[in-house]
Design a protein around this ligand. Structure first.
Ligand code: G6P
Length: 614
Protein backbone atom coordinates (compact mmCIF):
# COMPACT_ATOMS: atom_id res chain seq x y z
CA UNK A 1 0.00 0.00 0.00
CA UNK A 2 1.20 3.45 -0.97
CA UNK A 3 3.63 3.82 -3.82
CA UNK A 4 6.80 5.87 -3.84
CA UNK A 5 8.91 7.14 -6.73
CA UNK A 6 12.19 9.05 -6.87
CA UNK A 7 14.48 10.41 -9.57
CA UNK A 8 17.80 12.16 -9.77
CA UNK A 9 19.60 13.00 -13.01
CA UNK A 10 19.63 15.69 -15.63
CA UNK A 11 16.05 15.51 -16.96
CA UNK A 12 13.11 17.42 -15.46
CA UNK A 13 11.98 15.15 -12.62
CA UNK A 14 8.28 16.03 -12.64
CA UNK A 15 7.26 14.03 -15.70
CA UNK A 16 9.11 10.95 -14.55
CA UNK A 17 7.60 11.20 -11.08
CA UNK A 18 4.01 11.71 -12.26
CA UNK A 19 4.23 8.91 -14.80
CA UNK A 20 5.68 6.70 -12.07
CA UNK A 21 2.81 7.56 -9.73
CA UNK A 22 0.28 6.57 -12.39
CA UNK A 23 2.02 3.22 -12.66
CA UNK A 24 1.90 2.74 -8.89
CA UNK A 25 -1.64 3.98 -8.44
CA UNK A 26 -2.83 0.39 -7.94
CA UNK A 27 -1.09 0.61 -4.54
CA UNK A 28 -3.38 3.36 -3.28
CA UNK A 29 -5.26 6.37 -4.61
CA UNK A 30 -6.43 8.40 -1.64
CA UNK A 31 -4.02 11.28 -2.22
CA UNK A 32 -0.79 12.03 -4.06
CA UNK A 33 2.14 14.44 -3.92
CA UNK A 34 5.46 15.40 -5.52
CA UNK A 35 8.52 17.34 -4.42
CA UNK A 36 11.05 18.55 -6.99
CA UNK A 37 14.44 19.72 -5.80
CA UNK A 38 16.31 22.28 -7.91
CA UNK A 39 20.09 22.42 -8.24
CA UNK A 40 20.17 25.55 -6.09
CA UNK A 41 18.24 23.85 -3.29
CA UNK A 42 14.66 25.03 -3.87
CA UNK A 43 11.89 22.58 -3.09
CA UNK A 44 8.75 22.69 -5.29
CA UNK A 45 6.25 20.62 -3.37
CA UNK A 46 2.62 19.95 -4.34
CA UNK A 47 0.01 17.66 -2.83
CA UNK A 48 -3.60 16.86 -3.49
CA UNK A 49 -6.24 14.56 -2.09
CA UNK A 50 -7.78 12.18 -4.62
CA UNK A 51 -6.12 10.45 -7.51
CA UNK A 52 -2.85 11.17 -9.32
CA UNK A 53 -4.86 12.91 -12.10
CA UNK A 54 -6.10 15.41 -9.50
CA UNK A 55 -2.53 16.16 -8.50
CA UNK A 56 -1.58 16.54 -12.14
CA UNK A 57 -4.39 19.05 -12.73
CA UNK A 58 -3.25 21.03 -9.74
CA UNK A 59 0.39 20.97 -10.86
CA UNK A 60 -0.37 22.28 -14.35
CA UNK A 61 -0.15 25.87 -13.19
CA UNK A 62 2.84 25.45 -10.87
CA UNK A 63 6.62 25.82 -11.00
CA UNK A 64 7.76 22.29 -11.76
CA UNK A 65 11.47 22.99 -11.90
CA UNK A 66 13.98 20.47 -10.59
CA UNK A 67 15.96 17.51 -11.88
CA UNK A 68 15.63 15.55 -8.66
CA UNK A 69 12.54 14.64 -6.72
CA UNK A 70 10.38 12.26 -4.75
CA UNK A 71 6.68 11.43 -5.07
CA UNK A 72 3.96 9.40 -3.39
CA UNK A 73 0.50 7.93 -3.94
CA UNK A 74 -1.27 7.11 -0.71
CA UNK A 75 -3.56 4.48 0.75
CA UNK A 76 -4.49 6.11 4.04
CA UNK A 77 -3.61 4.40 7.31
CA UNK A 78 -3.02 7.23 9.80
CA UNK A 79 -5.26 10.21 9.21
CA UNK A 80 -7.94 10.85 6.62
CA UNK A 81 -6.98 11.28 2.97
CA UNK A 82 -6.76 15.08 2.75
CA UNK A 83 -4.13 17.51 1.40
CA UNK A 84 -2.39 17.91 4.76
CA UNK A 85 -1.94 14.21 5.36
CA UNK A 86 -0.70 13.66 1.79
CA UNK A 87 3.02 13.02 1.29
CA UNK A 88 5.73 14.32 0.89
CA UNK A 89 5.99 15.53 4.48
CA UNK A 90 8.33 18.31 5.48
CA UNK A 91 10.57 18.77 8.50
CA UNK A 92 10.04 21.78 10.78
CA UNK A 93 12.53 24.00 8.98
CA UNK A 94 11.22 22.87 5.60
CA UNK A 95 14.63 21.66 4.45
CA UNK A 96 13.91 17.90 4.51
CA UNK A 97 11.10 16.22 2.54
CA UNK A 98 10.18 12.56 2.87
CA UNK A 99 7.83 10.00 1.29
CA UNK A 100 7.00 6.77 3.08
CA UNK A 101 5.28 3.46 2.40
CA UNK A 102 4.61 1.41 5.54
CA UNK A 103 3.63 2.03 9.13
CA UNK A 104 5.71 3.44 11.98
CA UNK A 105 4.30 1.48 14.90
CA UNK A 106 5.94 3.48 17.70
CA UNK A 107 5.10 6.85 16.19
CA UNK A 108 3.13 8.06 19.23
CA UNK A 109 6.11 7.55 21.55
CA UNK A 110 8.43 9.29 19.09
CA UNK A 111 5.91 12.08 18.57
CA UNK A 112 5.56 12.75 22.28
CA UNK A 113 9.34 12.87 22.70
CA UNK A 114 9.63 15.37 19.82
CA UNK A 115 6.74 17.45 21.18
CA UNK A 116 8.66 17.77 24.43
CA UNK A 117 11.47 19.27 22.35
CA UNK A 118 9.04 21.86 21.02
CA UNK A 119 8.15 20.18 17.72
CA UNK A 120 4.67 20.76 16.36
CA UNK A 121 2.88 18.54 13.85
CA UNK A 122 0.68 19.62 11.00
CA UNK A 123 -0.64 16.23 9.94
CA UNK A 124 -2.04 13.17 11.69
CA UNK A 125 0.41 10.85 9.96
CA UNK A 126 3.11 8.59 11.35
CA UNK A 127 5.29 9.75 8.46
CA UNK A 128 5.59 13.35 9.62
CA UNK A 129 7.04 12.03 12.88
CA UNK A 130 9.83 10.34 10.94
CA UNK A 131 10.81 13.42 8.94
CA UNK A 132 10.87 15.56 12.10
CA UNK A 133 12.94 12.91 13.85
CA UNK A 134 15.47 12.93 11.01
CA UNK A 135 15.83 16.71 11.27
CA UNK A 136 16.08 16.52 15.05
CA UNK A 137 18.89 13.95 14.81
CA UNK A 138 20.62 16.01 12.13
CA UNK A 139 20.61 19.15 14.24
CA UNK A 140 21.48 17.40 17.48
CA UNK A 141 24.35 15.37 16.03
CA UNK A 142 25.44 17.96 13.49
CA UNK A 143 25.49 15.30 10.79
CA UNK A 144 24.55 14.97 7.14
CA UNK A 145 21.33 13.51 5.75
CA UNK A 146 22.44 9.91 5.39
CA UNK A 147 23.71 9.64 8.98
CA UNK A 148 20.59 11.35 10.30
CA UNK A 149 18.39 8.89 8.40
CA UNK A 150 20.42 5.91 9.61
CA UNK A 151 20.33 7.08 13.22
CA UNK A 152 16.60 7.94 13.12
CA UNK A 153 15.73 4.53 11.66
CA UNK A 154 17.43 2.87 14.64
CA UNK A 155 14.68 4.42 16.77
CA UNK A 156 11.83 3.32 14.52
CA UNK A 157 9.72 0.19 14.99
CA UNK A 158 7.61 -0.76 12.01
CA UNK A 159 7.70 -1.11 8.27
CA UNK A 160 9.03 1.44 5.83
CA UNK A 161 10.28 2.20 2.39
CA UNK A 162 11.33 5.84 2.37
CA UNK A 163 12.95 8.38 0.09
CA UNK A 164 14.32 11.59 1.61
CA UNK A 165 15.78 14.80 0.19
CA UNK A 166 17.49 17.74 1.89
CA UNK A 167 17.66 21.21 0.32
CA UNK A 168 21.20 21.55 1.68
CA UNK A 169 22.29 18.47 -0.34
CA UNK A 170 20.46 18.93 -3.65
CA UNK A 171 22.49 16.24 -5.41
CA UNK A 172 21.42 13.40 -3.11
CA UNK A 173 18.41 11.20 -2.38
CA UNK A 174 18.63 8.84 0.57
CA UNK A 175 16.34 5.79 0.46
CA UNK A 176 15.86 2.93 2.90
CA UNK A 177 13.64 -0.09 3.40
CA UNK A 178 12.40 -2.52 6.00
CA UNK A 179 9.49 -4.83 5.18
CA UNK A 180 8.21 -2.57 2.38
CA UNK A 181 9.60 -2.94 -1.13
CA UNK A 182 12.04 -0.62 -2.86
CA UNK A 183 13.68 -1.00 -6.26
CA UNK A 184 16.46 1.22 -7.60
CA UNK A 185 16.88 1.71 -11.35
CA UNK A 186 20.42 2.35 -12.48
CA UNK A 187 20.48 4.47 -15.64
CA UNK A 188 23.19 6.29 -17.53
CA UNK A 189 23.97 9.30 -15.33
CA UNK A 190 20.57 9.06 -13.68
CA UNK A 191 18.98 6.95 -10.99
CA UNK A 192 15.36 6.00 -10.31
CA UNK A 193 13.69 4.48 -7.32
CA UNK A 194 10.21 3.08 -6.84
CA UNK A 195 8.06 0.65 -4.89
CA UNK A 196 8.21 -1.71 -7.85
CA UNK A 197 9.91 -1.76 -11.21
CA UNK A 198 6.96 -0.47 -13.27
CA UNK A 199 7.90 3.25 -13.07
CA UNK A 200 11.51 2.39 -13.97
CA UNK A 201 11.24 -0.02 -16.89
CA UNK A 202 10.96 2.54 -19.66
CA UNK A 203 14.21 4.26 -18.66
CA UNK A 204 16.47 1.35 -17.74
CA UNK A 205 16.33 -2.41 -17.34
CA UNK A 206 19.11 -2.45 -14.72
CA UNK A 207 17.70 -2.66 -11.22
CA UNK A 208 18.83 -3.30 -7.66
CA UNK A 209 16.30 -4.68 -5.16
CA UNK A 210 17.16 -3.09 -1.84
CA UNK A 211 17.30 -5.59 1.03
CA UNK A 212 15.68 -5.13 4.42
CA UNK A 213 17.75 -2.85 6.64
CA UNK A 214 19.71 -1.32 3.78
CA UNK A 215 20.10 2.38 3.01
CA UNK A 216 20.83 3.63 -0.51
CA UNK A 217 22.76 6.82 -1.11
CA UNK A 218 21.90 8.08 -4.56
CA UNK A 219 24.10 10.97 -5.61
CA UNK A 220 23.96 12.72 -8.97
CA UNK A 221 27.06 11.89 -11.02
CA UNK A 222 28.31 9.26 -8.57
CA UNK A 223 27.89 5.48 -8.46
CA UNK A 224 25.11 4.11 -6.29
CA UNK A 225 26.19 3.33 -2.74
CA UNK A 226 24.36 1.02 -0.36
CA UNK A 227 25.10 0.71 3.35
CA UNK A 228 23.66 -1.37 6.16
CA UNK A 229 22.02 0.01 9.28
CA UNK A 230 25.45 -0.41 10.96
CA UNK A 231 27.12 1.73 8.33
CA UNK A 232 28.88 -1.19 6.63
CA UNK A 233 29.13 -1.10 2.86
CA UNK A 234 26.64 -3.55 1.25
CA UNK A 235 26.95 -5.51 -1.98
CA UNK A 236 25.18 -4.09 -5.04
CA UNK A 237 23.52 -6.83 -7.06
CA UNK A 238 22.38 -5.35 -10.38
CA UNK A 239 19.69 -7.45 -12.07
CA UNK A 240 18.13 -7.20 -15.52
CA UNK A 241 14.37 -6.64 -15.75
CA UNK A 242 12.33 -8.89 -17.99
CA UNK A 243 9.37 -6.54 -18.25
CA UNK A 244 8.24 -4.42 -21.19
CA UNK A 245 6.44 -1.09 -21.24
CA UNK A 246 3.60 -2.48 -23.39
CA UNK A 247 2.71 -4.81 -20.51
CA UNK A 248 1.91 -1.72 -18.44
CA UNK A 249 -0.49 -0.09 -20.88
CA UNK A 250 -4.16 -0.77 -21.62
CA UNK A 251 -3.46 -1.82 -25.22
CA UNK A 252 -6.77 -0.53 -26.57
CA UNK A 253 -8.96 -1.94 -23.80
CA UNK A 254 -11.11 0.47 -21.77
CA UNK A 255 -9.79 -0.94 -18.48
CA UNK A 256 -6.76 -2.87 -17.28
CA UNK A 257 -9.11 -5.44 -15.79
CA UNK A 258 -10.66 -6.27 -19.17
CA UNK A 259 -7.23 -6.33 -20.80
CA UNK A 260 -6.00 -8.71 -18.12
CA UNK A 261 -9.04 -10.98 -18.51
CA UNK A 262 -8.41 -11.16 -22.25
CA UNK A 263 -4.69 -11.74 -21.79
CA UNK A 264 -5.29 -15.07 -20.09
CA UNK A 265 -4.70 -17.36 -23.09
CA UNK A 266 -1.22 -15.85 -23.32
CA UNK A 267 -0.51 -15.57 -19.60
CA UNK A 268 -1.38 -19.23 -19.06
CA UNK A 269 0.86 -20.16 -22.00
CA UNK A 270 3.70 -18.21 -20.34
CA UNK A 271 2.88 -19.82 -17.01
CA UNK A 272 3.21 -23.40 -18.29
CA UNK A 273 6.06 -22.76 -20.76
CA UNK A 274 9.05 -24.98 -20.04
CA UNK A 275 7.16 -26.74 -17.28
CA UNK A 276 5.19 -29.20 -19.38
CA UNK A 277 6.38 -30.40 -22.78
CA UNK A 278 4.53 -30.71 -26.09
CA UNK A 279 3.83 -34.35 -25.32
CA UNK A 280 4.01 -36.76 -22.40
CA UNK A 281 2.77 -36.32 -18.86
CA UNK A 282 5.86 -35.01 -17.09
CA UNK A 283 5.78 -31.73 -15.17
CA UNK A 284 9.13 -30.01 -14.59
CA UNK A 285 9.09 -27.59 -11.71
CA UNK A 286 12.66 -26.89 -10.69
CA UNK A 287 11.52 -25.62 -7.28
CA UNK A 288 10.16 -29.10 -6.55
CA UNK A 289 12.85 -31.14 -8.26
CA UNK A 290 15.69 -29.34 -6.45
CA UNK A 291 14.06 -30.12 -3.11
CA UNK A 292 12.61 -33.53 -3.92
CA UNK A 293 13.62 -34.89 -0.49
CA UNK A 294 11.69 -32.20 1.33
CA UNK A 295 8.52 -33.10 -0.57
CA UNK A 296 9.09 -36.84 -0.21
CA UNK A 297 9.23 -36.63 3.56
CA UNK A 298 6.64 -33.84 4.04
CA UNK A 299 3.87 -34.91 6.42
CA UNK A 300 1.63 -31.94 5.84
CA UNK A 301 1.31 -28.83 3.70
CA UNK A 302 0.05 -25.55 5.12
CA UNK A 303 -1.07 -22.96 2.57
CA UNK A 304 -1.02 -19.33 3.73
CA UNK A 305 -2.42 -16.47 1.66
CA UNK A 306 -4.91 -13.59 1.61
CA UNK A 307 -7.82 -12.57 -0.61
CA UNK A 308 -7.94 -14.07 -4.06
CA UNK A 309 -4.67 -15.92 -3.41
CA UNK A 310 -6.38 -17.67 -0.50
CA UNK A 311 -9.12 -18.84 -2.85
CA UNK A 312 -6.45 -20.24 -5.17
CA UNK A 313 -5.03 -21.96 -2.08
CA UNK A 314 -8.37 -23.71 -1.42
CA UNK A 315 -8.26 -25.15 -4.93
CA UNK A 316 -4.60 -26.03 -4.37
CA UNK A 317 -5.58 -28.06 -1.32
CA UNK A 318 -7.84 -30.31 -3.34
CA UNK A 319 -5.28 -30.67 -6.11
CA UNK A 320 -2.42 -31.54 -3.77
CA UNK A 321 -4.48 -33.97 -1.72
CA UNK A 322 -5.72 -35.62 -4.91
CA UNK A 323 -2.43 -35.96 -6.76
CA UNK A 324 0.27 -35.88 -4.09
CA UNK A 325 -1.70 -37.45 -1.24
CA UNK A 326 -0.38 -35.06 1.43
CA UNK A 327 -2.87 -33.57 3.89
CA UNK A 328 -3.23 -29.83 3.32
CA UNK A 329 -4.64 -27.06 5.49
CA UNK A 330 -5.36 -23.60 4.11
CA UNK A 331 -5.03 -20.63 6.44
CA UNK A 332 -5.63 -16.93 6.12
CA UNK A 333 -2.12 -15.56 6.67
CA UNK A 334 -3.53 -12.93 9.05
CA UNK A 335 -5.11 -15.61 11.26
CA UNK A 336 -2.25 -18.06 11.03
CA UNK A 337 0.37 -15.62 12.26
CA UNK A 338 -1.50 -14.82 15.47
CA UNK A 339 -2.75 -18.33 16.26
CA UNK A 340 0.41 -19.82 17.77
CA UNK A 341 0.20 -22.44 15.02
CA UNK A 342 1.62 -25.93 15.33
CA UNK A 343 4.32 -26.01 12.67
CA UNK A 344 7.08 -28.61 12.57
CA UNK A 345 10.12 -29.25 10.35
CA UNK A 346 8.05 -31.97 8.62
CA UNK A 347 5.67 -29.31 7.30
CA UNK A 348 5.95 -27.50 4.00
CA UNK A 349 4.34 -24.07 3.99
CA UNK A 350 3.18 -22.70 0.64
CA UNK A 351 2.81 -18.92 0.54
CA UNK A 352 0.69 -17.68 -2.37
CA UNK A 353 0.85 -14.00 -3.29
CA UNK A 354 0.44 -12.10 -6.53
CA UNK A 355 2.36 -9.05 -5.33
CA UNK A 356 4.80 -10.92 -3.14
CA UNK A 357 4.50 -8.04 -0.67
CA UNK A 358 1.41 -8.77 1.45
CA UNK A 359 2.42 -7.99 5.03
CA UNK A 360 0.41 -10.76 6.68
CA UNK A 361 1.71 -13.40 4.29
CA UNK A 362 5.29 -12.23 4.84
CA UNK A 363 4.81 -12.42 8.61
CA UNK A 364 3.33 -15.93 8.29
CA UNK A 365 6.41 -17.01 6.32
CA UNK A 366 8.72 -15.63 8.99
CA UNK A 367 6.87 -17.53 11.68
CA UNK A 368 6.83 -20.77 9.69
CA UNK A 369 10.57 -20.51 9.11
CA UNK A 370 11.26 -19.84 12.78
CA UNK A 371 9.39 -23.07 13.52
CA UNK A 372 11.50 -25.03 11.08
CA UNK A 373 9.16 -25.44 8.11
CA UNK A 374 10.33 -25.37 4.51
CA UNK A 375 8.60 -22.47 2.74
CA UNK A 376 7.60 -22.55 -0.93
CA UNK A 377 6.44 -19.38 -2.68
CA UNK A 378 3.91 -19.00 -5.49
CA UNK A 379 4.34 -15.36 -6.55
CA UNK A 380 3.91 -13.23 -9.62
CA UNK A 381 6.23 -10.28 -9.00
CA UNK A 382 9.78 -11.35 -9.67
CA UNK A 383 12.22 -10.29 -6.95
CA UNK A 384 9.39 -9.42 -4.53
CA UNK A 385 9.85 -9.73 -0.77
CA UNK A 386 7.95 -13.04 -0.52
CA UNK A 387 9.79 -14.52 -3.50
CA UNK A 388 13.03 -13.69 -1.73
CA UNK A 389 11.95 -14.80 1.73
CA UNK A 390 10.97 -18.33 0.66
CA UNK A 391 13.24 -21.39 0.41
CA UNK A 392 12.05 -22.30 -3.05
CA UNK A 393 9.08 -21.58 -5.28
CA UNK A 394 7.46 -21.14 -8.66
CA UNK A 395 6.68 -17.85 -10.33
CA UNK A 396 3.32 -17.73 -12.08
CA UNK A 397 4.81 -15.50 -14.84
CA UNK A 398 1.57 -13.78 -15.88
CA UNK A 399 3.18 -10.33 -16.18
CA UNK A 400 2.25 -7.18 -14.26
CA UNK A 401 -1.34 -7.21 -13.01
CA UNK A 402 -2.56 -3.64 -12.68
CA UNK A 403 -6.35 -3.91 -12.22
CA UNK A 404 -6.90 -4.00 -8.48
CA UNK A 405 -9.25 -6.99 -8.75
CA UNK A 406 -7.08 -10.00 -9.46
CA UNK A 407 -7.93 -11.99 -12.60
CA UNK A 408 -5.00 -13.37 -14.57
CA UNK A 409 -2.98 -13.86 -11.39
CA UNK A 410 -5.74 -16.11 -10.00
CA UNK A 411 -5.77 -18.37 -13.05
CA UNK A 412 -1.96 -18.38 -13.03
CA UNK A 413 -1.90 -19.38 -9.37
CA UNK A 414 -4.37 -22.21 -9.92
CA UNK A 415 -2.40 -23.41 -12.93
CA UNK A 416 0.86 -23.39 -10.98
CA UNK A 417 -0.78 -25.21 -8.08
CA UNK A 418 -2.07 -27.84 -10.52
CA UNK A 419 1.44 -28.34 -11.88
CA UNK A 420 2.84 -28.30 -8.34
CA UNK A 421 0.42 -31.03 -7.21
CA UNK A 422 1.41 -33.16 -10.20
CA UNK A 423 5.14 -32.51 -9.71
CA UNK A 424 4.98 -33.46 -6.04
CA UNK A 425 2.87 -36.51 -6.99
CA UNK A 426 5.67 -37.54 -9.37
CA UNK A 427 8.27 -37.17 -6.63
CA UNK A 428 6.18 -39.14 -4.11
CA UNK A 429 5.04 -41.67 -6.69
CA UNK A 430 1.38 -41.16 -5.84
CA UNK A 431 0.29 -40.29 -9.32
CA UNK A 432 -1.77 -42.51 -11.55
CA UNK A 433 -0.11 -42.25 -14.96
CA UNK A 434 -3.33 -42.17 -16.92
CA UNK A 435 -4.82 -39.48 -14.72
CA UNK A 436 -1.60 -37.45 -14.94
CA UNK A 437 -1.56 -37.76 -18.72
CA UNK A 438 -5.16 -36.53 -18.93
CA UNK A 439 -4.60 -33.53 -16.65
CA UNK A 440 -1.33 -32.54 -18.34
CA UNK A 441 -3.03 -32.77 -21.71
CA UNK A 442 -5.77 -30.41 -20.45
CA UNK A 443 -3.20 -27.97 -19.05
CA UNK A 444 -1.59 -27.93 -22.48
CA UNK A 445 -4.96 -27.05 -24.02
CA UNK A 446 -5.82 -24.39 -21.42
CA UNK A 447 -4.83 -21.34 -23.53
CA UNK A 448 -7.06 -22.52 -26.37
CA UNK A 449 -9.91 -23.40 -24.00
CA UNK A 450 -9.70 -19.97 -22.36
CA UNK A 451 -9.78 -18.37 -25.81
CA UNK A 452 -13.00 -20.21 -26.60
CA UNK A 453 -14.47 -19.24 -23.24
CA UNK A 454 -13.69 -15.56 -23.80
CA UNK A 455 -16.14 -15.65 -26.74
CA UNK A 456 -18.82 -15.50 -24.05
CA UNK A 457 -18.00 -11.83 -23.49
CA UNK A 458 -20.84 -10.39 -25.62
CA UNK A 459 -23.43 -12.71 -24.14
CA UNK A 460 -22.32 -11.89 -20.59
CA UNK A 461 -22.30 -8.18 -21.33
CA UNK A 462 -25.97 -8.42 -22.38
CA UNK A 463 -26.80 -10.61 -19.41
CA UNK A 464 -25.30 -8.06 -17.04
CA UNK A 465 -28.07 -5.58 -18.00
CA UNK A 466 -30.55 -7.69 -16.06
CA UNK A 467 -28.50 -7.64 -12.89
CA UNK A 468 -26.97 -4.16 -12.73
CA UNK A 469 -29.20 -2.87 -9.97
CA UNK A 470 -29.63 -5.88 -7.69
CA UNK A 471 -28.37 -5.52 -4.14
CA UNK A 472 -27.32 -9.08 -3.33
CA UNK A 473 -25.97 -12.10 -5.15
CA UNK A 474 -25.41 -15.69 -4.10
CA UNK A 475 -22.72 -17.87 -5.71
CA UNK A 476 -22.87 -21.64 -5.27
CA UNK A 477 -20.39 -24.32 -6.24
CA UNK A 478 -19.25 -27.74 -5.09
CA UNK A 479 -15.96 -29.58 -4.88
CA UNK A 480 -13.24 -27.88 -6.89
CA UNK A 481 -15.68 -25.13 -7.70
CA UNK A 482 -16.71 -24.14 -4.21
CA UNK A 483 -13.62 -21.86 -4.11
CA UNK A 484 -14.65 -20.63 -7.59
CA UNK A 485 -17.94 -19.51 -6.02
CA UNK A 486 -16.05 -17.63 -3.32
CA UNK A 487 -13.83 -15.99 -5.91
CA UNK A 488 -16.77 -15.10 -8.20
CA UNK A 489 -18.54 -13.44 -5.25
CA UNK A 490 -15.38 -11.58 -4.24
CA UNK A 491 -14.87 -10.21 -7.76
CA UNK A 492 -18.41 -8.84 -7.87
CA UNK A 493 -18.19 -7.38 -4.37
CA UNK A 494 -14.80 -5.73 -4.96
CA UNK A 495 -15.63 -3.83 -8.10
CA UNK A 496 -19.43 -3.36 -8.18
CA UNK A 497 -20.03 -2.94 -4.41
CA UNK A 498 -22.91 -5.43 -4.67
CA UNK A 499 -23.02 -7.68 -1.66
CA UNK A 500 -22.25 -11.22 -2.77
CA UNK A 501 -21.70 -14.43 -0.86
CA UNK A 502 -20.07 -17.63 -2.02
CA UNK A 503 -21.32 -20.89 -0.52
CA UNK A 504 -20.84 -24.62 -0.97
CA UNK A 505 -24.02 -25.50 -2.88
CA UNK A 506 -25.11 -28.20 -0.44
CA UNK A 507 -24.71 -25.87 2.53
CA UNK A 508 -27.28 -23.49 1.08
CA UNK A 509 -30.06 -25.34 2.84
CA UNK A 510 -28.41 -24.62 6.20
CA UNK A 511 -28.96 -20.88 6.04
CA UNK A 512 -28.70 -18.90 2.80
CA UNK A 513 -31.85 -20.57 1.45
CA UNK A 514 -33.75 -18.26 3.78
CA UNK A 515 -32.57 -15.31 1.66
CA UNK A 516 -33.88 -16.62 -1.62
CA UNK A 517 -36.70 -14.69 -3.26
CA UNK A 518 -37.27 -13.13 -6.67
CA UNK A 519 -34.82 -10.33 -5.86
CA UNK A 520 -31.81 -12.55 -5.14
CA UNK A 521 -30.05 -13.96 -8.20
CA UNK A 522 -27.93 -17.07 -7.69
CA UNK A 523 -24.95 -17.98 -9.82
CA UNK A 524 -24.61 -21.75 -9.77
CA UNK A 525 -21.34 -23.24 -10.99
CA UNK A 526 -22.43 -26.58 -12.35
CA UNK A 527 -20.07 -28.08 -14.93
CA UNK A 528 -20.41 -31.83 -15.56
CA UNK A 529 -18.62 -33.62 -12.74
CA UNK A 530 -19.26 -36.34 -10.14
CA UNK A 531 -21.65 -34.13 -8.21
CA UNK A 532 -23.65 -32.94 -11.19
CA UNK A 533 -26.92 -34.59 -10.14
CA UNK A 534 -26.65 -33.09 -6.67
CA UNK A 535 -26.14 -29.57 -7.95
CA UNK A 536 -29.19 -29.92 -10.20
CA UNK A 537 -31.20 -30.49 -7.00
CA UNK A 538 -29.67 -27.34 -5.53
CA UNK A 539 -30.78 -25.37 -8.60
CA UNK A 540 -34.28 -26.76 -8.23
CA UNK A 541 -34.34 -25.71 -4.59
CA UNK A 542 -33.56 -22.13 -5.64
CA UNK A 543 -36.12 -22.15 -8.44
CA UNK A 544 -38.82 -23.58 -6.16
CA UNK A 545 -38.43 -20.49 -3.99
CA UNK A 546 -38.74 -17.96 -6.80
CA UNK A 547 -35.03 -17.20 -7.16
CA UNK A 548 -33.43 -16.63 -10.54
CA UNK A 549 -30.49 -18.82 -11.56
CA UNK A 550 -27.54 -18.10 -13.80
CA UNK A 551 -25.88 -21.46 -14.31
CA UNK A 552 -22.33 -22.00 -15.56
CA UNK A 553 -22.58 -25.36 -17.30
CA UNK A 554 -20.67 -27.65 -19.61
CA UNK A 555 -21.58 -27.05 -23.26
CA UNK A 556 -24.55 -29.18 -24.27
CA UNK A 557 -26.03 -29.56 -20.78
CA UNK A 558 -29.70 -29.60 -21.74
CA UNK A 559 -30.95 -30.61 -18.29
CA UNK A 560 -29.81 -27.46 -16.56
CA UNK A 561 -30.67 -25.36 -19.62
CA UNK A 562 -34.31 -26.29 -19.04
CA UNK A 563 -34.46 -25.19 -15.42
CA UNK A 564 -32.06 -22.24 -15.15
CA UNK A 565 -33.02 -18.70 -16.19
CA UNK A 566 -29.74 -18.17 -17.99
CA UNK A 567 -26.95 -20.53 -18.89
CA UNK A 568 -23.32 -19.79 -19.58
CA UNK A 569 -21.75 -22.67 -21.48
CA UNK A 570 -18.08 -23.48 -20.97
CA UNK A 571 -15.97 -26.13 -22.73
CA UNK A 572 -15.86 -29.68 -21.36
CA UNK A 573 -12.77 -30.04 -19.13
CA UNK A 574 -11.70 -32.41 -16.36
CA UNK A 575 -13.04 -31.36 -12.99
CA UNK A 576 -9.66 -30.45 -11.52
CA UNK A 577 -8.96 -27.99 -14.34
CA UNK A 578 -12.45 -26.50 -14.41
CA UNK A 579 -11.84 -23.64 -11.87
CA UNK A 580 -9.53 -21.92 -14.38
CA UNK A 581 -12.19 -22.02 -17.11
CA UNK A 582 -15.09 -21.24 -14.78
CA UNK A 583 -13.36 -18.12 -13.49
CA UNK A 584 -13.45 -16.48 -16.96
CA UNK A 585 -17.25 -15.93 -17.17
CA UNK A 586 -17.35 -14.98 -13.49
CA UNK A 587 -14.68 -12.31 -14.05
CA UNK A 588 -16.59 -11.01 -17.08
CA UNK A 589 -19.91 -10.93 -15.23
CA UNK A 590 -18.44 -8.90 -12.35
CA UNK A 591 -16.68 -6.60 -14.82
CA UNK A 592 -19.73 -5.80 -16.95
CA UNK A 593 -22.05 -5.28 -13.98
CA UNK A 594 -19.52 -2.90 -12.39
CA UNK A 595 -19.00 -0.95 -15.63
CA UNK A 596 -22.77 -0.60 -16.13
CA UNK A 597 -23.08 0.67 -12.56
CA UNK A 598 -20.48 3.31 -13.41
CA UNK A 599 -17.89 1.98 -10.97
CA UNK A 600 -14.16 2.50 -11.39
CA UNK A 601 -13.26 -1.15 -11.95
CA UNK A 602 -9.51 -0.65 -12.01
CA UNK A 603 -9.44 1.35 -8.81
CA UNK A 604 -12.35 0.29 -6.62
CA UNK A 605 -13.00 2.41 -3.56
CA UNK A 606 -11.04 1.64 -0.38
CA UNK A 607 -9.04 -1.19 -1.93
CA UNK A 608 -5.37 -1.43 -2.82
CA UNK A 609 -3.63 -4.10 -4.74
CA UNK A 610 -0.58 -4.54 -2.59
CA UNK A 611 -1.46 -4.68 1.09
CA UNK A 612 1.72 -3.90 2.97
CA UNK A 613 -0.05 -3.00 6.21
CA UNK A 614 -1.60 -5.43 8.67
C1 G6P B 1 -5.53 -7.30 -1.84
C2 G6P B 1 -5.90 -7.32 -3.30
C3 G6P B 1 -6.41 -8.72 -3.69
C4 G6P B 1 -5.37 -9.76 -3.34
C5 G6P B 1 -4.96 -9.69 -1.87
C6 G6P B 1 -3.74 -10.55 -1.59
O1 G6P B 1 -6.65 -7.42 -1.06
O2 G6P B 1 -6.88 -6.34 -3.58
O3 G6P B 1 -6.67 -8.75 -5.08
O4 G6P B 1 -5.90 -11.03 -3.61
O5 G6P B 1 -4.59 -8.34 -1.53
O6 G6P B 1 -2.66 -10.04 -2.32
P1 G6P B 1 -1.43 -10.90 -2.82
O7 G6P B 1 -0.59 -9.91 -3.57
O8 G6P B 1 -0.74 -11.41 -1.58
O9 G6P B 1 -1.93 -12.00 -3.67
Amino acid sequence: MCGIVGYIGSRPAYEILIKGLHRLEYRGYDSAGVAMLTDDGRLNIYKSHGKVADLENFCNAQDLDGCAGIAHTRWATHGEPNDINAHPHLSRSGRIALVHNGTIENYTVLKEALEQQGYEFKSETDTEVLVQLIEYVMLTNGCQLVDAVREALHQVIGAYAIAVVDTQEPDTIVAARKSSPLVIGVGDGETFLASDATPIVEYTDKVVYLNDGEIAIITRGKPLKIITADNESAEIDIQTLKMSVSQLEKGGFPHFMLKEIFEQPRTIRDCVRGRIGNSGSRVTLSGVIEHADVFRRAKRIIIVACGTSWHAGLIGKRLIEEYARIPVVVEYASEFRYSNPIVTPDDVVIAISQSGETADTLAAIKLAKERGAFVYGVCNVVGSSIARATDSGTYIHVGPEIGVASTKAFTGQVTVLTMFALAVGQVRDTLDREVAAKVVCSIRKLPELIKQTLKLNDKIEKLSDTYTYVHNFLYLGRGYNFPSALEGALKLKEISYIHAEGYPAAEMKHGPIALIDHELPTVVIAPKDDLHEKIISNIQQVKARGGSVIAVVTKGDTTIAEIADHIIEIPDVPESISPVIVSIPLQLLAYHIAVKKGCNVDMPRNLAKSVTVE
